[in-house]
Design a binder for this molecule. Structure first.
Ligand code: B16
Ligand code: MG
Length: 224
């Protein structure tokens, strides 16, 4: 049987390209502490890949006063978190690329495989610039133009459609459960970066420094 040809790889940003997920955590933790709401790294896993307001709602669920906040108050809280997050990500530089990512992107370029970014973060373009990766990405999906965050497939579909491709000619790379689900709902195979427990639904589990095109193609049953 003929194998599907790989034409594009669609990447998540936070936790895959760089560890900005850690800054999201710090910023949410600071807000939660200020509000007296319990919040730890384990709970933070639920926030990965989902939108800013949905993340806030999940945090407020653990507060006895959670239901009493007005929409206006919630928007102010989300903005406060984002201001702190923006402050933290100003320190990101090319040295913050996760191990193996620069080499893997280069390998894709050398093999004429298109590269897209599918991050629902409104701060993604800023982070790409800080990392010096602007020129590497053929397409950056606009988080503001996509109606639904992950686990909906919208942002991955936007990346794929920008190249006029079908899902069987792409795969996605993610570090969050919601992201793996989004990739699958877009009809693509998913490479999961993280522990086998967290990434149990991925088609292939690896670490960023083990990303090698030939190995991935082999595991996913694809070819160039
Ligand atoms: P922002 P991804 C997601 O980015 C993050 O994983 C998630 O934690 C965050 O709430 C969301 O972006 C929105 O980010 O507040 O910066 O617009 O994983 O899709 O790259
Ligand atoms: Mg992520």
């Amino acid at each position: 049987m003929e194998k599907n040809k790989l034409k594009a790889v669609i990447f998540d940003l936070d936790g895959v390209i760089t560890d900005s997920a850690a800054y999201h955590y710090l910023a949410w933790k600071s807000l939660a502490e200020e509000l007296g709401i319990p919040f730890d790294e384990q709970y933070n896993e639920k926030l990965k890949g989902i939108s800013r307001m949905e993340s806030l709602e999940l945090i407020l669920k653990n507060s006895s006063q959670g239901a009493s906040y007005s929409l206006q108050q919630k928007e102010a809280l989300a903005e406060k978190k984002n201001d702190l997050y923006k402050e933290l990500i100003r320190q990101i530089s090319p040295a913050d690329l996760l191990p193996g990512i620069a080499g893997f992107l280069k390998e894709l370029k050398e093999n004429q495989v298109k590269i897209a970014l599918a991050s629902v973060s409104r701060n993604a373009p800023f982070i790409l610039r800080q990392l010096g990766l602007d020129a590497m990405f053929d397409y950056v999906a606009d988080a503001a133009a996509v109606p639904n965050a992950k686990p909906f497939p919208d942002i991955f579909l936007a990346g794929m459609q920008a190249f006029g491709l079908q899902p069987q000619n792409c795969f996605g790379v993610e570090d969050a459960r919601a992201g793996i689900e989004a990739i699958h709902r877009a009809g693509m195979q998913a490479v999961g970066v993280g522990t086998p427990e967290e990434m149990e639904d991925a088609d292939l589990v690896t670490t960023t420094d083990e990303l090698r095109l030939d190995l991935i193609l082999d595991k996913l049953g694809m070819e160039l």
